[in-house]
Design a protein around this ligand. Structure first.
Ligand code: TXA
Ligand code: MG
Length: 355
């Protein structure tokens, strides 16, 4: 069970991947039935598409790892419809329950001590489980109506870009999964924030996400001032998941196939001036900082559609998926302002970057 994904046989037989529409009640019902029967499929959430399977069914969980070629050392997030359901899967002390009730449903994943109903494969043998209630209403219906707890990592091949559109899932996982439940592009476009609240005296921030660090700090100052908060998202990095407090802190992750590099806003005029006609690189600008003469350049792409950080987060992975499918030698991306969601985007870009 613990052998690295690279040494395991990948699915050798292709299966039929059904294309379901989330707004069609009959399709939603078929998705629920497939999941209850131990199948796996991509579901929309407000962050990114997840590759879901029944978290209490060890065989379904194993299929998720196989379909993604994910190492068994990297645990999965479990999605539920209600706090009461979450209480049956993990142990919440009073403060953990308070923060769950304040931020759920939403893009905050809470790590708590696990109950035995969760198979060890889900948590990679850890004694904690990551839980969240997604904001996406139709996916919550699916969870609620089927009384399901769904293990769902992002629906991409391991280490690759997360999918924010059904086509991203299709290109990576079609033939390996039972269905894709289509609800168009996801909202935030960035994976959830991960906070370990398993210990009553000290909480650990593992992955920055749409619930930004300063919001958690402010909430804790008001409600749990006695608890220390440690940010592990910045200064921990390693190339091996076994040695990390959270395996998702791997220094390289979320990568397109095309090499990606980061640059500072101030360097962009020089970069453009030095571009030779035969240089086959793409440049992604944030869309937040004005750059004269870039708007009509065929190899310059603007991330934010309307100059807002939310729009940049929403479009980032879609744009990188699009550029990855083109024949560029490398993708250069302008670093975002280091505040709010910009910090989250920079975190993903740093992990995606080749240098
Ligand atoms: O927004 C999201 O979180 C999406 C949607 C589908 O919910 N899911 C997602 O899953 O991004 P995934 O597997 O790509 O990332 C989950 C991260 C992994 O880095 C994993 O190591 C970490 O959560 N994780 C899961 N269980 C954990 C645990 N018990 N302790 C520490 N980290 C954990
Ligand atoms: Mg992922």
């Amino acid at each position: 069970m613990k052998s690295p994904a690279s040494k395991r046989a990948f699915f050798c037989m292709s299966i039929k991947t059904h294309h379901f529409h989330a707004h069609n009640p009959a399709d939603l019902h078929r998705a629920a039935e497939l999941l209850k029967g131990g199948g796996i499929g991509a579901i929309p959430t407000e962050t990114v598409y997840g590759l879901a399977g029944d978290a209490t069914n060890a065989l379904a969980v194993q299929k998720i790892f196989e379909a993604k070629a994910r190492p068994y050392s990297d645990p999965l997030i479990v999605h539920v419809a209600s706090v009461s359901k979450a209480l049956t899967l993990g142990f919440f002390h009073d403060e953990a329950r308070m923060i769950a009730e304040s931020f759920w449903p939403g893009p905050l994943t809470l790590v708590v001590s696990k109950q035995t109903v969760i198979p060890d494969t889900v948590t990679a043998g850890r004694d904690t489980v990551a839980l969240r209630i997604p904001m996406h209403a139709l996916t919550r219906n699916l969870l609620e109506n089927g009384d399901l707890a769904l293990a769902a990592p992002s629906a991409n091949a391991f280490g690759k870009l997360s999918p924010t559109e059904p086509d991203h899932v299709k290109s990576q996982l079609e033939g390996n999964i039972d269905f894709i439940l289509d609800d168009g592009p996801t909202g935030w476009g960035l994976e959830s924030t991960i906070l370990d609240v398993s210990r009553p005296e000290k909480w650990l921030h593992y992955r920055p996400g749409p619930v930004i660090f300063s919001d958690i700090e402010a909430w804790m100052r008001a409600h749990t001032p006695q608890i220390e908060l440690q940010d592990l998202s910045r200064n921990v990095s390693s190339s091996s998941s076994e040695s990390l407090p959270a395996p998702g802190l791997l220094s390289r992750h979320y990568s397109p196939n095309t090499p990606l590099h980061l640059c500072d806003s101030a360097d962009i005029p020089d970069i453009l001036a030095a571009w030779e006609p035969e240089t086959i690189n793409a440049l992604v600008v944030t869309g937040l900082t004005p750059h004269p003469n870039v708007s009509n350049h065929p190899r310059v792409f603007q991330c934010s559609a309307d100059g807002s950080m939310d729009s940049a987060g929403h479009r980032l992975y879609g744009l990188l998926h699009q550029l990855d499918a083109m024949d560029f030698n490398s993708i250069l991306v302008e670093r975002f302002p280091d505040r709010g969601l910009g910090k989250v985007i920079n975190n993903r870009l740093e992990r995606a970057s080749s240098s």
